[in-house]
Design a protein around this ligand. Structure first.
Ligand code: A3P
Length: 297
């Protein structure tokens, strides 16, 4: 009873992702004041969540209270997260009272219909595609169930699988375009990982304005500071590395979620030549999907 709506291998790795679950996802009633972070995996989703949590907890002109913001307030529509408290993710989301903090990697057409009728606030984040591939490769290396389904001994081998759509939420360009097409909707806010890296204060202020929680410059500065890579890494409330995975043979493995957080760090794992091969693929796919290839570089 697995649902494979497109692509050869896209969702089979998600244990929760089957037709009965997707029917419940379809029936989920978004509220106008819910906040939904939409992204392709490894694009800066968790960073965006940490920033939004701080914005939502900010009080008028008071300094930001870091301890108020926790990633475990967030519900993952299609996968387990601490906030699910043993329930299926979609059921936890259904039972929680709005305004809810939700995150998803689903493409737009797989979201509940209420995404259109009730217009929740959608925050869409995207990232340089070669950095996404390298980040995802490291995640696949950590999680034994992912690694055994798609064995890859190097970032280049993983990139091959990526370009063949043999990873979660593939095809990448389909998932991207489905949300990108809505970027100018009044209830949708778009940001890129790179812009957040380059000018966090301005991006945080822009995001806060969209969420109707305007910040003082000092508050934006504080949020930028607390969600800066090194500080977020040290904050247990905001670091998903607390997640552990159990390897049947070796026992418990720690997932280094906050790995590098670099812009164009892919160069350390893929040769220039291989980068060019991915760029050629990007060029071709972007053309097929009617998208500007520079969005992905
Ligand atoms: P790397 O593996 O390249 O380091 P997602 O949350 O969508 O799964 O994205 C995970 C990526 O975002 C990882 O990238 C992670 O290190 C990076 N990241 C998380 N928090 C960050 C922060 N505060 N600043 C910069 N990058 C961050």
């Amino acid at each position: 009873d697995k649902l494979v709506p497109y692509g050869p291998a896209n969702v089979m790795l998600l244990e929760d992702f089957n037709i009965p679950v997707m029917q419940k996802v379809a029936a989920l009633e978004f509220a106008k004041n819910d906040i939904v972070v939409c992204s392709y995996p490894k694009s800066g989703t968790t960073w965006t969540q940490a920033i939004i949590s701080m914005i939502m907890h900010a009080k008028d002109t008071e300094p930001i209270d870091v301890s108020q913001s926790k990633l475990d307030e967030w519900l993952y529509i299609e996968m387990n997260a601490p906030a699910c408290k043993g329930k299926r993710p979609v059921e936890a989301a259904r039972d929680a009272a709005p305004p809810r903090l939700l995150r998803t990697h689903l493409s737009w057409e797989l979201l509940p219909q209420s995404v259109t009728t009730n217009s929740p606030r959608i925050v869409f984040v995207h990232r340089n595609l070669k950095d996404v591939i390298v980040s995802m490769y490291h995640m696949y290396c950590t999680f034994p169930n992912l690694a055994s389904a798609h064995p890859a001994n190097s970032a280049a081998e993983f990139a091959e699988l990526f370009m063949q759509d043999k990873v979660h939420h593939a095809p990448y360009f389909h998932t991207f375009k489905s949300v990108w097409e809505h970027r100018n909707d009044p209830n949708v806010h778009h940001l890129s990982y790179e812009s957040l890296r380059e000018d966090p204060r301005s991006e945080i202020k822009r995001l806060a304005d969209f969420l109707d929680k305007p910040l003082t410059s000092q508050q934006a500065e504080q949020i930028a500071h607390h969600t800066d890579f090194d500080n977020m890494r040290q904050n247990e409330n905001l670091n998903s590395s607390a997640m552990t995975v159990t390897d049947k043979t070796t026992g418990e493995t720690k997932f280094e979620f906050m790995r590098k957080g670099e812009v164009r760090g892919w160069r350390k794992h893929l040769s220039e030549e291989y980068g060019q091969k991915i760029d050629d693929w990007i060029q071709q796919e972007a053309r097929n999907y009617g998208l500007d290839a520079s969005l992905f570089r």
